[in-house]
Structure formats: C-alpha cells, structure tokens
Design a binder for this molecule. Structure first.
Ligand SMILES: [Mg+2]
Length: 425
C-alpha cells in the first residue's frame, strides 16, 4: 500500500486581491461561500492523503483556526509550517526536509488556484510512468505569463520555461506536482527559493506532464477572483434542479423608506405597494430574502437585538398584508474604504457572501434569482453571485457617481412594485 502526503502552499500575500486580503488571508478567500482551501482539502482527502502541511505567513492565526477545525473532524490531519519571512515554494520544502518520511509520494499544491482537477487520477497516472515527478498542466489563455512545458509523444517534459517571450505551447504549469519521496528529499537539500525558476528546469526529461482539460483558474487578481464566483455557480448548475429561485432585497431605500442610520422600529415604513409586491413574488414561487448591510452594529450605534426588533416590526407590517419574508441576512462589518464597488468583507455588499449563505441555507438556484436594490453595492453583490437579473430602483440613493461596467446588464425601474412587474412579465 502506497502512502501519499501533501503540501498546500498558501502563504502568499495576495496583494492583488486587496482590499479583500487586508482582512482575510489569500488561501481562505471564499469562493461561492466556501474558503478556497476547502476545495483543495476535499481533493487531497479524496486522494487518500491523511497528513498534509500548510505554510502560513500573513494572518497566520486565521489559517491556524481553519487547521484546528479540520483536525477536529476525523480523517485528514493538517500541520502548520509558519514562515516569519516568506521562503518561496522550494524554500518551504527545504524547511521541511523530513516531511516525506514514511511516504512514497508528496503532492505539492499552490492553494491559490481554483480548479476542479481530479488529483486522484493524477496520482494514478504518476504511478504508471517511470519518472519521479508529474506536473499538472492546463491550457493557459496567457502563456507568456506562465511556466510553459514542451511534451514529447509519451508525455515526458522535454522543455520548461518560466514566462517565455515565445511560448512553444499553451501547456502551462498549473501549480500541482507529485514528487517521489526521494526526489522531494533531493529538492529539500538543494535549499533554493522557487520551484518554477530554480528547481524544475534541472529536472527536464525527468518529469511527465499530465494535462487537465477541465476547469482551472489562477485567482491572483481581483477580476479573476470575482469571475471564479460566477464560474463556481455555473459549475454547480446541475445540482440546482429542484432548487427554488429567490428575490434578494435590499432593505433601506428598496423595501422600506430610506432613513439615515435607521435605529428605531418606529422609523420602519414600507415603500408604497411594497407588501403587495412581496406577496406577488412569493405567489409566483420566489423566496423573498432580505440582504442588508448593517455597519451601525459594527460601529456600536445599534445592537443585534435592536436589529431584531426592527425586523420584527417589518414582519408585522408585512403580516398585516398576509405576507412575509422568507429569510433575513445582515452583515455588521464596518467599511474602512469609501469605494462601494470594492469587496472589503466578503459578506458586506458588494461582496456576494450573504447571497451564497442564503443559497446554501435555503436551496436557492442563484442563476434564476434576482437582486433588487437602490445602490451600486446591491447590484454588484447580485452580479458576483451570478443572479439572473439585477434591478436598480429609484426610491433610494441611486447610483450616485458610479458607472456600471458595460458587461453588467442592469434594469432601472421606479420602485419595488415596478421591479416586481418586470420580473413577473
Ligand atoms: Mg439601500
């Protein structure tokens, strides 16, 4: 019986993902509501890995908490390798020369990619050929920015170059390797910095390439990260049969009259025709879910209990019209930046976190759902969660000075009843 271990390289700073990575370390940024690391942990567990090591640096305590949570479950055990100064991918191996003890192979994973690669199949391939290294390859849309491999007819890597000016192929290093334990030891002893630049060129023709034709994306930039949310929803679409569509509703300026820092229940007043609109939408089979940013809680202006009372009163007003909301989600995070188009906290709009949470809790098909709001942050939250329709109402704050990117189709209507007519027709 072969024993296989894994190293998850997750300590990168994620500078291009700021401001999100100011608050969460890159390997834990959520994709479709789950930390990125979750997807890799699931993959290696399915491959038969019982022990894996994660390197940490920026916001290491967050990863430590994650490790504890995984280790509290049965099965996979995670170990931490803390790096006060980033060591580089080869440096992490050099710092852990004995990690391969007792294993036949080590899987090395750059945990800042988002991929549906089947690592178990890759391991099976590795065990069939005679080379000590297998490198995962994918078809890169931008080969000049990647490490590019050249393969012979048997899949042996006969050339490898980082960021070539004239790429020989589009087959790019996907950041997953399998090393035989003995080669791992050898690489550890070389004591160098980067696998791609310093180590792999020395193993030309001692590596096989395994090409993944499925989904693989580097989420290094803010744009590719946001695209990955939508891809994840698209990817799961098959699972949505039987799921219901939802209307995600902003609260202030959309469902109720805009009041600056609403803090008392007596300030709650439904917009004209608001209750009837909810009633019609629910009758048409939509779950109606409130999605509200509540920074006044984070600032200490109101308490969680105050918010409960405010929403209780809202429910009572809707009950007078024989209708109700199906869910309430709020985010107490306080923004540090003014730009309402940048995600600083995943759950706070324009982050899609509350929508993904609701979708998971209530079996919602996001691709048949709509977001209705009065601000750019509402619209973008719906867009990042892959909602079918995005509606801006004129009853609240409006777009202010923001421009919407041309690829984001938005409907502008007068108010919630008009939005309802648009959806139902
Ligand atoms: Mg609003």
């Amino acid at each position: 019986m072969n024993d296989v271990k894994a190293i998850l390289l997750g300590a990168g700073l994620g500078t291009r993902l700021r401001p999100l990575t100011n608050q969460v370390t890159k390997c834990l940024v959520p994709i479709a509501g789950r930390p990125l690391l979750d997807y890799w942990v699931e993959q290696i567990a399915a491959t038969g890995v019982n022990e894996a090591l994660i390197n940490t640096h920026h916001l290491a305590e967050q990863v430590r908490e994650y490790i504890e949570a995984i280790n509290a479950q049965s099965g996979l055990q995670l170990l931490e390798s803390y790096e006060p100064k980033l060591l580089g991918s080869a440096g992490t191996i050099a710092a852990n020369p004995n990690f391969a003890d007792g294993a036949d192979e080590i899987i090395i994973i750059y945990a800042d990619n988002f991929s549906d690669v089947n690592v178990r199949d890759m391991l099976a391939f590795h065990r069939q050929h005679d080379n000590p290294i297998t490198m995962l390859l994918f078809h890169a849309p931008n080969p000049q920015a990647c490490g590019i491999a050249e393969l012979d007819a048997e899949g042996r890597i006969t050339g490898f170059e980082e960021k070539p000016q004239q790429p020989v192929s589009d087959l790019a290093n996907a950041g997953v390797y399998i090393f035989d334990a003995q080669v791992y030891k050898q690489i550890a002893e070389m004591n160098l910095f980067d696998l791609g630049y310093d180590i792999l060129p020395q193993f030309i023709s001692k590596m096989h390439g395994w090409v993944w034709e499925g989904y693989h994306r580097d989420i290094g930039t803010y744009e590719t990260y946001l695209q990955a949310q939508r891809d994840a929803v698209e990817h799961n679409k098959r699972a949505f049969s039987g799921y219901q569509p939802a209307i995600f509703l902003d609260r202030d300026g959309t469902l109720i009259e805009q009041v600056h820092y609403l803090s008392r229940p007596d300030q709650v007043k439904l917009v004209p025709g608001g209750a009837e609109a909810i009633k019609k939408l629910r009758k048409a089979g939509f779950a109606c879910i409130l999605i509200t940013n509540q920074s006044p809680i984070g600032q200490g202006i109101i308490t969680e209990n105050d918010l409960k009372e405010i929403h209780q009163l809202l429910s009572e007003q809707l009950a007078q019209h024989d209708t109700k909301l199906d869910g309430f989600y709020h985010c107490p995070a306080v923004p540090q930046i003014k730009d309402r188009t940048l995600i600083e906290h995943y759950d706070r709009k324009p982050g899609p976190g509350m929508l993904f949470k609701a979708a998971a809790d209530m079996n919602i098909d996001l691709t048949r759902s709509w977001m209705i709001g009065d601000m750019i942050s509402d619209i973008l939250a719906g867009y990042h969660a892959h909602c079918e329709g995005l509606i801006l109402v004129e009853t609240g704050k409006g777009l202010e000075n923001y421009e919407i990117a041309p690829q984001i189709p938005i409907h502008k209507v007068a108010d919630l009843p008009a939005a309802t007519n648009l959806i139902l027709n």
